[in-house]
Design a protein. Structure first.
Length: 219
């Protein structure tokens, strides 16, 4: 990457924002696009899984899946503020001993991380300039399932994201949001040995879930 991802993410996402998101999660549950990931993973009836949550934020995915799908989770995030809140919530739920928290850009530490049955990237690809490197590393770490959400390629989001990035430049803030080509992301993941088995759309977000070719849903 052309810049320090952890430094930029720490500057872009404050502790106040992380606390606010955790408060909303505690009151309302996971946001809609996260619920799509959870519901689709649960439809596979996978049990006793290992989970790798890349850019997991406050940890909603592993907080939920450790209740019924996963035995252990690894949470990698470039934001120390979000990791702090995720750790606190894991402790409150009694999950601390089942989650490994890593403050890093995933692609920097991927070579040192074990593979997992399930790999998730919820609203992560859009914050990362090198989507190819990110998705290739994520796919390489998934034994069974890879699930991700990303902005839809639609006209109103193109306009909104261009405006958002314009104001980021005016503030000399290096953080950017990216609208990566969905067809290219899909082709890359399929080339890594996956098939897309679910795709659902919301107004802003699209959720795609991939299964490694040759894996039984019930395994």
């Amino acid at each position: 990457m052309p810049y320090n991802c952890c430094e930029i993410t720490d500057n872009a996402f404050s502790e106040a924002e992380a606390r606010s998101e955790l408060k909303n999660y505690s009151r309302k549950g996971p946001p809609k696009q996260t619920r799509l990931i959870l519901e689709t993973i649960r439809s596979f009836d996978v049990k006793h899984a290992d989970l790798l949550d890349i850019g997991g934020g406050i940890g909603a995915i592993h907080h939920e899946l450790l209740e019924d799908v996963a035995d252990a989770a690894t949470h990698v995030d470039a934001s120390s503020a979000y990791l702090k809140e995720a750790k606190a919530e894991a402790a409150r739920r009694g999950h601390s001993q089942r989650v490994s928290f890593i403050h890093a850009d995933f692609t920097d530490v991927a070579a040192n991380l074990p593979k997992a049955d399930i790999v998730t990237l919820d609203r992560v690809v859009c914050c990362y300039p090198d989507f190819r490197g990110l998705l290739k590393a994520a796919a390489d770490h998934s034994r069974k399932v890879l699930a991700l959400t990303y902005p839809r390629e639609i006209w109103y989001l193109r306009i909104f994201l261009k405006a958002a990035n314009f104001f980021q430049r005016l503030r000399n803030d290096p953080f950017r949001v990216f609208l990566h080509p969905i067809a290219d992301m899909d082709a890359l993941i399929k080339k890594e040995g996956f098939e897309r088995v679910s795709m659902q759309r919301l107004f802003v977000w699209e959720m795609a879930l991939y299964q490694r070719v040759g894996i039984d849903n019930q395994s």
